[in-house]
Design a protein around this ligand. Sequence first.
Ligand code: UDP
Length: 238
Amino acid sequence: MEKGQQLYEGKAKKVFATSDPDCCIVSYKDDATAFDGAKRGTIAGKGAVNNQMSNMLMQMLEHNGIPTHFISELNQRETLVRKVSIIPLEVIIRNVSAGSFAQRYGVEEGIVFDAPTIEFSYKNDDLHDPLINEYHALALKLATKEEIDTVKALAFQVNDILKAFMKTLNVDLIDFKLEFGRSSDGSILLADEISPDTCRFWDSTTHEKLDKDRFRRDLGGVEDAYQEMMRRLLEQKD
Ligand code: UDP
């Protein structure tokens, strides 16, 4: 499928039209940002890792009954996906305290929850993606009640599947962010990406961070962490 006009450029990806109005091409960049764009940099090879990892995980989720936007991988950095209109909610699931949860509630990182938590952020750059609850999302007509219920159920299912899968890589799934979209027929599909940019992955044995926190917190070994996650995925596949 030919790459058409660029529709959108985000912090980590570009989206292009194709000759099919129901399909887009996503192109992953090495650019990285953190802290609402205040920290910028590049992570060599990140685009290729995130593209391929996200595709492998989306296919694994599809096999487990989760509808996703994935169609086919075109090359190391580019993927053909179903065109969706993104529901402007970032859906965050947490299994273990970390990041903004630990900060907001003044607790240490690494507390294992008895049950996963869910929260939403309103995807709005001008407002800096504020936390939002379901009632406010409904009041703002960001999604219908039915859509929010679907998104919540899917997000918890994704957590169960992804957490168990990551365990086979000796990785603990600490937390992650999902985005969902509406396809032309109105169905809700898992969209965006699932990668070390959008998940916290800790080695189960050493608790070493294998995700974007190495970039956010200047921990060093950023590229190596992304490559290590990819290596474990590919090893598991063989
Ligand atoms: N996350 C994301 N994009 C965002 C905010 C968060 O992908 O704009 C992911 C982040 O990588 C982590 C999870 O969502 O896996 C929870 O992030 P948190 O709320 O702790 O925020 P952060 O510490 O990243 O500011």
